[in-house]
Design a protein around this ligand. Sequence first.
Ligand code: IPM
Ligand code: MN
Length: 346
Amino acid sequence: SRSINLAVIPGDGIGQEVVAEGLKVLSAVLPQDVKLETKEYDFGAKRYHATGETLTDADLAGLKQHDAILLGAIGDPSVPSGVLERGFLLKLRFAFDHHVNLRPSKLLPGVATPLAGQPEIDFVVVREGTEGPYTGNGGTIRKGTEHEVATEVSVNTAFGVERVVRDAFARAQARPRKKLTLVHKNNVLTFAGHLWTNVFNKVAAEYPEVETDYIHVDAATIYLVTQPERFDVIVTDNLFGDIITDLAAAVSGGIGVAASGNINPSGEFPSMFEPVHGSAPDIAGQGKADPTATVLSVSLLLRHLGYDTEAARIEDAVSADLAERGDKPARSTSEIGDALSVRVAG
Ligand code: IPM
Ligand code: MN
């Protein structure tokens, strides 16, 4: 019989509340014969204050035993900026080789967008997850003087670029529109930009059915607002991907519905699924957070593990729930989770 052995990291702030609802919906959608086992991990601000630890080698060994990881949010104003980002989130993405950071954007009926009209938005960003300026490769000299120099080196390897570009082509090939856009800045970043462009063009030759396009990242921010319908799959580097996926979330329903997957496609390490939003300490513990982004992250998790039917049931339930929201009074975090659980089960 089938089973899912899930690591659960609620984390800080609203992470606790939204993860509870994500698990509720996951239990409701799984058929009887699938055994769900979960183990909760206490990473985040509280553990850091108590022990000084963010993510140890022993923690990584524990997490590695699971089929997948569900993460709520990590981050708290009581912890200096960068400590949990580098010490937990990026450490985990790098240690588990999450080189495909998958961030779909779909504007569902009835969902508010700041864009005029109700544009067609249905694209997915394949953000590289282990290279670029995120590797911590850099330094400072003459620190604190008026001649301080800081470098932050963007690392791009042919291996790293090719594997993420290949993943994006395969995803584009599998979608109805079969269109892939490379977003970079190759008019200025002539080293990394040329590596990305050359690899992209080389792999494109193997995918004659996929229509390809190239857009500089600055222009891409314009098109995401003025012509979001031109995008189907986007592939880009770690930092450009970070920035454009926040914009993508903003135009397609906001961070309340933006889901993501940090994927290790080979399955050597468990992949991690998390809402794009953070821990929102200002509304934590009040039942105000929308668990939809976490629920949609659970759907990405199920798709990754091969439970396509169940993943689709969650997407349909979320669509139906969002479509009816306009007429209803605001609901609490758990009321939304309950409503989605009823829909996926029925
Ligand atoms: C994200 C976040 C992270 C990133 C931070 C918290 C390290 O902004 O998941 O998009 O930059 O990747
Ligand atoms: Mn971000």
